[in-house]
Design a protein around this ligand. Structure first.
Ligand SMILES: Nc1ncnc2c1ncn2[C@@H]1O[C@H](COP(=O)(O)OP(=O)(O)O)[C@@H](O)[C@H]1O
Ligand SMILES: [Mg+2]
Length: 244
């Protein structure tokens, strides 16, 4: 399980996470919705151990991200894809994907390359293994980013607005891949503004508002007028998303 317990995080005087609790069980797809600035990326960065917690605890399969000796194990179990394409520009798609399996997991390069090529083929990029990021479209780069995370065989895939810098066509390419991963049983924490898509693939939807998890419900209940929608902030957010 991935467990976030009463996590607090401030930057200076600004409280960004104010006692967040979230549990993600293997096989679940949990979408995180919330306005810009509500703390979604900070939460993902805390799960990665990229931000130090002010209070509370985060464990990934029992490994505590705040304990230096456990962080590496926690990180191996969670793979993250960020909004901005953070591929290494001087490496090909395949080199980006095989770097961590070879360097961190000490897998034989030839084996990692076979797996890397299979991953690229699975996202429709079987013929672009030797392309550099600058030679790929945004949607293709983001698909390589997903392959790079999956190459570590993470138990939890964390996705932070992976489509928000993409045009609608490229967004659709990437969402198709994520729908396939969800159908295969990949455990995902999916930060997104793609409300309709989140509704289709998620088991649960949570709503973050000013650093507090206002709602955490099974998807059907989240979108029910008597459930999540009964929260004025959620209703307001969803109606705004539909207009945009
Ligand atoms: N490193 C940082 N230093 C100072 N403020 C930060 C930092 N990271 C995030 N913030 C602030 O924390 C708040 C939440 O940011 P973020 O987690 O990125 O929200 P979201 O991803 O939901 O849009 C914002 O007000 C943002 O400006
Ligand atoms: Mg963000």
């Amino acid at each position: 399980m991935l467990k976030v317990e009463n996590v607090k995080k401030s930057f200076g005087a600004a409280t960004v996470l104010n006692g967040v609790n979230l549990t993600v069980r293997p096989g679940e797809v949990v979408s995180i919705l919330g306005s810009s600035g509500s703390g979604k990326s900070t939460l993902i960065r805390c799960i990665n151990g990229l931000e130090k917690l002010d209070a509370g605890r985060i464990t990934v399969d029992e490994f505590d991200v705040s304990k230096p000796k456990e962080l590496a194990e926690a990180r191996k179990r969670s793979g993250t894809v960020f909004q901005l394409f953070n591929l290494y520009p001087h490496m090909t798609a395949l080199q980006n994907i095989t770097l961590a399996p070879v360097e961190v997991l000490k897998r034989p390069r030839a084996e990692a390359e076979v797996d890397g090529r299979a991953l690229l083929a699975s996202v429709g990029l079987g013929d672009r293994a030797d392309a550099y990021p600058a030679q790929l479209s945004g949607g293709q780069r983001q698909r390589v980013g997903i392959c790079r995370a999956l190459a570590m065989k993470p138990r939890y895939l964390l996705l932070d607005e992976v489509t928000s810098a993409l045009d609608p066509e490229m967004t659709a390419e990437v969402l198709t891949i994520l729908a396939k991963l969800a159908a295969e049983g990949t455990t995902m924490v999916f930060v997104t503004h793609e409300v309709e898509f989140a509704r289709q693939i998620s088991n649960r939807v949570v709503f973050l508002e000013k650093g507090t998890l206002l709602v955490d419900l099974p998807t059907k209940d989240f979108f029910d007028p008597a459930g999540g929608l009964a929260q004025p902030r959620v209703a307001q957010f969803l109606s705004k998303m539909r207009k945009d």
